[in-house]
Write a protein that binds this ligand. Structure first.
Ligand SMILES: [Zn+2]
Ligand SMILES: [Zn+2]
Length: 351
């Protein structure tokens, strides 16, 4: 199936600049590639970091985006699992399936992949995208499931689950504090409930996000802009929380996590940190805590797909705004002013 030689895409033009413009459409470059026509995509906090110039590996001219669902347009000769016309979920992590890291399911460190979409190669905020190692980096969409819900599985659900809930080792009966009620914090909140924790305490500075968190299963919320969150949490627990999940990425929120973790507890950092934090090793060395951090592997995506198909997980709850492809810049405007717009995740649909 042939597609047009040009397409519209959201192009990074250097720090602070972007454009929705015509660029050459991608073509198969290696036999393991697929070309996917994007039907729905979204914008990630990481895209905003890139636009600020915080991710220097992204160069001017790069098509942004690492999340989305679409329809396979064309496949290379070596692609066996997918064919033209298949509806697919695109993983934010590309993986060859063969290297040492892939063999350990540490796809984020794939020697010929990892996070490359919208970073080192052109991404999903476009009419078409080239997906390397398609057999391992795409998933068939289950029939009868809302496509918008599945866009949440490209990045934020696996990130919140793997790096927050699994690394944090959430168990039944635990008291869990999630610091940050943005999309990733909410993803951790939704997936932590797989394990029936006793208490899920959500901390943020935005009352509307905290109110939303309540509807998604938070048992308590704390506005850390209005009260001392550490004092409130320590005052309502015996000696702190079992798991503190950091989902912001600034020194103050990391500090809060290290101040509220109980002896033997876990701090699971998901936040993308732009500067160093003050790790209180002189207090914590004796507390038998575990501190984890990392980039999502997306090895749990098949499991998460089943939970969405079964309705156990309903990630469409995260979607607050919807746009068409011709409104791409407006979608960035809204997502970039998330607090003012009360935005969590936006969906941008192609046609
Ligand atoms: Zn992302
Ligand atoms: Zn690999």
């Amino acid at each position: 199936m042939a597609h047009a030689s040009t397409m519209k895409a959201l192009v990074y033009k250097g720090p602070g600049q972007k454009a929705w413009e015509s660029v050459p459409a991608p073509a198969i470059e290696r036999p393991t590639d697929a070309i996917v026509r994007i039907t729905k995509t979204t914008i990630c906090g990481t895209d905003l970091h890139i636009l600020k110039g915080d991710v220097p590996a992204v160069t001017s001219g790069r098509v942004l985006g690492h999340e989305g669902v679409g329809i396979v347009e064309q496949v290379g000769d070596a692609v066996g699992n997918f064919k033209a016309g298949d509806r697919v979920l695109i993983s934010c992590i590309t993986s060859c399936g063969k290297c040492e890291y892939c063999k350990q399911q540490m796809y984020s460190h794939c020697e010929d992949g990892g996070w490359i979409l919208g970073h080192l190669i052109d991404g999903t905020q476009a009419e078409y995208v080239r997906i390397p190692h398609a057999d391992n980096s795409l998933y068939h969409l289950p029939a009868g499931v809302d496509e918008e819900a599945l866009v949440m599985l490209s990045d934020i659900l696996p990130t919140g689950f793997e790096i927050g809930v699994l690394y944090g080792a959430v168990k039944p009966g635990d008291t869990v504090a999630i610091v940050g009620a943005g999309p990733i914090g909410i993803a951790a909140l939704l997936t932590a409930q797989f394990y029936s924790p006793a208490r899920l305490i959500m901390v943020d500075v935005d009352d509307s996000r905290l109110a939303l968190a309540k509807t998604f299963g938070a048992s308590e919320t704390i506005n850390s802009g209005k009260q001392d969150a550490a004092q409130a949490i320590l005052g309502s627990t015996k000696d702190g929380v079992d798991v503190a999940i950091e989902a912001v990425g600034i020194p103050a929120t990391f500090d809060l996590c290290q101040n509220i973790v109980r002896p033997g507890g876990h701090i699971a950092n998901i936040g993308v940190h732009g500067k160093s934090v003050d790790f209180q090793i002189q207090k914590l060395w004796i507390q038998n805590i575990t501190l984890t951090t990392g980039l999502v592997n997306t090895n749990t995506t098949p499991m998460l797909l089943k939970t969405v198909q079964a309705g156990t997980l309903q990630p469409q709850q995260l979607i607050t705004h919807r746009f068409g492809f011709d409104q791409f810049l407006q979608a960035y405007e809204v997502f970039g002013n998330a607090a003012r717009e009360q935005a969590l995740k936006v969906i941008i649909s192609n046609g």
